[in-house]
Design a protein around this ligand. Structure first.
Ligand SMILES: *[C@@H]1O[C@H](CO)[C@@H](O)[C@H](O)[C@H]1NC(C)=O
Ligand SMILES: *[C@@H]1O[C@H](CO)[C@@H](O)[C@H](O)[C@H]1NC(C)=O
Length: 332
């Protein structure tokens, strides 16, 4: 389910080779002066930093942007593959966020700034970096199928299911808004049940704060009145305004993230689970609690689409490749 699908970029490699074959002296100068900005990748649930899918994706990125430095975040650093897979399901999301901050800040190649590319829940951790961490600046943030406004149902386990996933799902069902689940199950940290918003606002601190909803509560309906707007705008750190570009990609056939539109900051309506409240009607957006609206006003927010199911990047020439060409590897 969540591990990414490979895409081969043979055509891209050929076109770059053709440019390199007969450079004029001007081309050479341009190539030499344009060192691409480094990239940090944060994988999705059930995947690992250097799985075969991620590794071949990195190879493809390197053939599109020769010379690019790519780091794939590993949590826990130095852990076994099992430790890594387990950490996608089990753990304290906030602690994992801080661990990512430290890991990124410790890499000399990233000192001058970098772009972030997050797959599914990995996109939340990279947004966490942008909002809370003091390390080098993140320029472009690209997220694929990231549940930016949470999920209203658990992510389905893969087929065949892994034990980590089954156990986490069982524990989550037993009480998603218990302090235990909130600090031990990663999905609970972004589980935002629109029918239980009061509980969510009270016990959640991860995605609630990422989205500036810390001060909410009260009638629990988030009616968007002035009072609600004042109660919001808290806990979101620096917000997202400092990003150069925030490219949020939604998978149009996504049946993994509920609702799929969460990738674009939409949620179900609290009173009607078949009605989607779009980003521009969310108090968080209209009240500019995390700088999303300001970023949008200056042209830095891009709501993009991939046509397929969750994490289907579309193969050669598909939307994954398009995002890599358009938003990654700019001159440092
Ligand atoms: C934000 O939340 C903290 C902790 O709950 C509180 O002490 C602080 O006054 C709040 N700030 C604003 C601006 O609401
Ligand atoms: C919920 O929203 C859907 C889609 O807009 C609409 O068709 C339906 O009538 C609504 N149901 C209620 C109970 O309001």
């Amino acid at each position: 389910m969540v591990p990414i699908k490979l895409f081969s970029l043979a055509a891209a490699i050929l076109s770059i080779a053709a440019v390199l074959a007969a450079p004029t002296s001007n081309d050479q100068l341009v190539l030499e002066s344009k060192k691409p900005r480094p990239l940090v990748i944060w994988h999705g649930l059930g995947d690992t930093a250097l799985s075969s899918g991620i590794s071949s994706f990195i190879e493809d990125i390197k053939s599109i942007h020769p010379g690019i430095f790519v780091h794939s975040v590993q949590i826990p650093e130095g852990g076994s593959l099992d430790d890594e897979r387990r950490a996608g399901f089990w753990g304290n999301a906030e602690d994992q966020g801080w661990e990512g901050c430290e890991q990124i800040a410790s890499i000399p190649e990233l000192e001058g700034g970098f772009d972030g590319m997050g797959f599914s829940q990995g996109g939340l951790f990279l947004r966490f970096y942008a909002q809370y961490c003091d390390g080098p600046p993140m320029n472009n943030l690209i997220t694929f199928g990231t549940p930016h406004f949470g999920i209203s149902a658990l992510i389905p386990c893969p087929t065949p299911p892994t034990l980590s996933c089954l156990l986490a799902a069982r524990a989550a069902r037993a009480g998603i808004y218990t302090p235990y689940a909130q600090t031990h199950i990663v999905q609970a940290a972004y589980f935002r049940d629109t029918e239980r918003l009061d509980e969510f606002w009270e016990v959640n601190s991860f995605i609630r704060d990422l989205n500036g909803e810390k001060g909410l509560g009260g009638d629990g309906q988030g009616n968007g009145g002035e009072e609600d707007e004042e109660k919001g705008k808290n806990g979101s750190g620096k917000g997202v305004y400092g990003l150069e570009n925030f490219v949020a990609v939604m998978f149009d056939q996504d049946r993994t993230v509920s609702p799929a539109q969460s990738a674009h900051f939409a949620t179900y309506s609290p009173s009607n689970k078949t009605l989607i409240i779009p980003m521009d009607e969310q108090p968080m957006y209209t009240g500019d609690w995390i700088g999303l609206r300001s970023l949008d006003s200056k042209g830095g927010l891009k709501l993009e689409h991939c046509p397929g199911e969750h994490m289907n990047l579309g193969g050669e020439g598909g939307c994954g490749e398009r995002m890599v060409r358009d938003w990654v590897g700019w001159a440092a």
